[in-house]
Design a protein around this ligand. Sequence first.
Ligand SMILES: [Zn+2]
Length: 329
Amino acid sequence: MNDHSTTSNLSPARSHPLGDPAAPLVPPAPRRPARESKPIEQVFRKVAVGLNTIFGPCSREAFGILMYHRVTDVIIGQPRPTWNVTPAQLEEQLSGLLRRGFQAWPLQRVLEYHEKGQALPSRVFVVTFDDGFQNNLTQALPILKKLQIPATIFLATRYLDSTQPFPSDDWFLAGSTNVPAESWLPLTTAECLRLRQSGLIELGAHTHAHDDYRGRPEYLLADLRHCVKILQEKFGIERPTFALPYGTKYNGFAGPELSEVARKAGVRCCLNTEPELVTRRSDPFDWSRMFAGDIDTSGTLAAKLGGWLSVLRRIKKLIVNSPLPPPAE
Ligand SMILES: [Zn+2]
């Protein structure tokens, strides 16, 4: 039984984005999390957790940036929210990382260290949330406050104050009255101001329209400049950090052309979603972020941030790409 077949009696209020026929029709999000649930990845995660527990992080100079989206409880009998962790999972993941000796830094602080050429202490990580869901305020912030963990929320500015779901939201129940509105609603401007007043939250750019910018550098430039202008006018942010929507390199949602555009638009970095750690010498316009979702625990996130999952994936790639031995005589 698939998710949708359980909800035929529901009436999700999906309409055209913002009720505006000219609004962009965005592509569905690349299914990076689906890759993470493949059997081989599940094996890798278990092995990586073991290696990390025995040896600690394998890369002491690198750090990791975690990427969250939605934070809401799962309602029994309803399709599971996509791109989600429950509040309990978020607390377990982050408190477990702190217990293992990791420390969360603001993205801007990591960038300052990088710009000055200063080395980071080991086990630093950064927390980010994409798009700007209302539950980042109602569900995530109390946990971040309790644990004193700073985070960046990347806003798709076109949808600030909207009462419609994000056009990119692929959860079947986004917009439905059968689930709490905060589970899919975009943040308002007033809520963003409250988030900033907490002293823990930085706001960053995630483009204005959250559209498909592949092969459209001029469009991205105009759109991102507009996003930067809104962040400046509404929140006084001069040079925001920036995360590309979708952000995967294998299908062109990230790459040198789009990074170059980001540089021109006046943002401070350009983050993609390759599941890699960031090394000291790497370019902030090519920094990666790691997916953190409901299949993760603090143990799997520690293994990702410790670099072990990347090592295992690299070994697999080497084996798969190595030439086959000659057939036996
Ligand atoms: Zn996004």
